[in-house]
Ligand binder design. Structure first.
Ligand SMILES: [Zn+2]
Length: 462
C-alpha cells in the first residue's frame, strides 16, 4: 500500500483529468445560487450540495442540513472511517460578500468562463473550496476510501458578516458540537498557494489569527468661545496621547509558529535580511537592531507583535467653539499569546493620561483565540503533497491578521489549519472585490491537492 500511495502522490494532475468536470460543475452551480446576506440564502446552496452527496452514495443520515433558520442553514456530512483516530473536520463557508452588477464587467452571479478563468462572486472566497470538498467527498465515496478516522464536511453560513449567533461554525459549536467535533480542522478558507507573475512561491498554512479589538478614546472638556481659548483643550490633549501611541511598539513575541514562519522566510530572502532574521531567532531577547530592520516591513512587523493604530478621529462641534469632546478609534490586532486585558492595560500606560477615557468596542471575551500547535504529522503531510505537486515550493506556517472561522474553532479547543492549495496571485487580489475569478488550473490543482492531503492525513495504511 505504501508504494501505491507514493505512486499516487507522484502522479501529476492535468487539465483533462476526469475528476475535473465535477468540481467545475459544482462551482458553477454554487456561483449561480446567490448567498449574499442581503438577498441570498446558504440554505439553497446547502440543499444543492446535499443532493449531490446523496446521489454520490452518502446515506441520508450522514448528510444533514442544520441551522437557526433556512436562509442561514449549514451542511454537515460525514464520510465514515474505521474510527481508529478522532475525526478531521473540513470546513469552508457558503456565504459570499455583496456584489453589484453595475460594478462588475460580468454578472457576479453568473458563472463565466473566459481565457482560462472562471468568474463570479465566490470563485476565490470560497465557493471554490466548497466545490472542491464536495467533489472530493464524492470521489472518496466512489473509490471506497475507508479512512482511519471519520471525515466531516461542514459548509457554513455567515462567515462574511451578519449576526455572529448565525455564523455557521459558531452555531454548530453551540448547538451541535457532536456533529462537528474533531481532533482538528482543515479550513480551506485559511491559506492560499501564493504566486507572483505565474511563479508559485509558498503554500500557506494558517495556524493562528490575531484578535481584533478596537477602543474608543475620548477626552471631554467644558468648551467655550474660541475667541478666548484656554490651554486645556480636548483636541490637543487627545492628540498628545495619540502621538505617544504612535511612538510606541508592543514587544516582540516569538512563539513556535512565528519562528517557523521566519525560518521559511529567511531561506528566500536577500543575505542581509536573512542574516537579520537568523540573528533575531538566535538571540534572547531578540537582537534589537535585527528586529528594527525586520519591522520595517509592515507585514513582518505585524507578525512579530501586537499592533494598535488610530483609525478614526472626530472632535469639536463648531468652527468658533472650543471642543467639548475629541474622540479617536484605535484598532488593535492582538497576538494569540497576549490577553486583551493586558493590551488594554498597556494602552492606558502608553496614553498616560487619566483624562483620556478608553472604551472597548468588542466584548473582550470574544477577542482572543489561541494559536494551534503545529503537529508534525500535519506539517509533514502538507510538505509531502506540496513538494510532489509543486517541487521546490515550501509550506509556510503563518498567522493571519484575523477574520476566518478558524477563530471560533480554536477558541472552542479544536485546533485549525488553514490550507487550500488554491493559487492566488499576490498582485491581483480580487476576493471581496470586482470581477473575482479563479484560474481553471488553480481550481483543478487545488482539488487534487486536497484529495492527496486528506488521504495523507487519514490513510489507513499508516
Ligand atoms: Zn472567506
Amino acid at each position: 500500500m505504501k508504494t501505491l500511495l507514493l505512486a499516487l502522490l507522484l502522479a501529476q494532475t492535468s487539465p483533462s483529468d476526469p475528476e475535473n468536470p465535477l468540481v467545475r460543475d459544482l462551482l458553477r452551480e454554487l456561483i449561480e445560487i446567490n448567498t449574499t446576506h442581503s438577498v441570498g440564502s446558504t440554505g439553497k446552496a446547502a440543499q444543492a450540495m446535499a443532493a449531490h452527496l446523496r446521489a454520490g452514495g452518502f446515506a441520508p443520515s450522514d448528510v444533514q442540513i442544520v441551522g437557526p433558520r433556512p436562509e442561514r442553514a449549514n451542511l454537515v456530512a460525514r464520510l465514515r472511517g474505521t474510527g481508529v483516530r478522532k475525526p478531521i473536520l473540513l470546513i469552508a463557508h457558503l456565504d459570499v460578500v455583496e456584489a453589484r452588477r453595475e460594478d462588475w464587467t460580468t454578472d457576479p452571479f453568473q458563472f463565466v468562463e473566459k481565457d482560462g478563468y472562471f468568474y463570479g462572486r465566490g470563485t476565490m472566497d470560497i465557493k471554490s473550496g466548497d466545490a472542491i470538498l464536495v467533489a472530493e467527498f464524492i470521489r472518496w465515496k466512489r473509490e471506497g476510501f475507508r479512512p482511519d478516522r471519520d471525515l466531516i464536511l461542514a459548509l457554513t453560513a455567515n462567515e462574511e458578516g451578519g449576526d455572529v449567533e448565525e455564523n455557521g461554525i459558531y452555531w454548530l459549536l453551540k448547538n451541535h458540537r457532536d456533529l462537528i467535533d474533531a481532533e482538528y480542522s482543515i479550513n480551506v478558507d485559511g491559506g492560499n498557494l501564493e504566486t507572483k507573475k505565474g511563479k508559485k512561491l509558498l503554500n500557506e498554512l494558517q495556524y493562528a489569527e490575531k484578535g481584533f479589538l478596537s477602543f474608543v478614546l475620548e477626552v471631554k472638556n467644558k468648551g467655550g468661545h474660541s475667541s478666548v481659548p484656554e490651554k486645556e483643550n480636548a483636541i490637543y490633549r487627545l492628540s498628545r496621547g495619540l502621538v505617544r501611541l504612535s511612538d510606541f511598539d508592543f514587544p516582540v513575541i516569538l512563539d513556535a509558529g512565528t519562528r517557523a514562519f521566519f525560518e521559511v522566510v529567511a531561506v528566500r530572502e536577500e543575505p542581509e535580511v536573512a542574516r537579520a532574521i537568523n540573528q533575531m531567532l538566535s538571540t534572547s531577547p531578540p537582537d534589537a537592531a535585527a528586529v528594527a530592520l525586520i519591522s520595517q516591513s509592515p507585514d513582518w512587523n505585524a507578525a512579530l507583535r501586537t499592533t494598535c493604530v488610530a483609525t478614526m478621529l472626530e472632535g469639536g462641534h463648531a468652527e468658533n467653539a472650543l471642543p467639548q469632546s475629541a474622540k479617536a478609534t484605535v484598532n488593535c490586532r492582538i497576538l494569540p499569546a497576549q490577553s486583551p486585558a493586558e493590551v488594554e492595560q498597556t494602552l492606558r500606560r502608553v496614553l498616560n493620561d487619566d483624562q483620556i477615557s478608553m472604551t472597548p468596542i468588542e466584548p473582550l471575551s470574544q477577542v482572543q483565540s489561541p494559536a494551534s500547535p503545529l503537529p508534525p504529522d500535519v506539517i509533514a503531510a502538507a510538505k509531502v503533497v506540496t513538494s510532489a505537486m509543486w517541487p521546490g515550493v515550501p509550506v509556510l506556517p503563518f498567522m493571519s491578521q484575523g477574520g476566518t472561522d478558524g477563530t471560533h474553532l480554536r477558541r472552542a479547543g479544536i485546533p485549525t489549519y488553514g490550507i487550500s492549495g488554491i493559487a492566488d496571485d499576490s498582485d491581483d487580489i480580487r476576493e471581496h472585490g470586482k470581477d473575482e475569478r479563479i484560474a481553471a488550473t488553480a481550481l483543478y490543482e487545488a482539488r487534487e491537492f486536497m484529495y492527496r492531503l486528506v488521504r495523507e492525513l487519514a490513510a489507513p495504511e499508516r
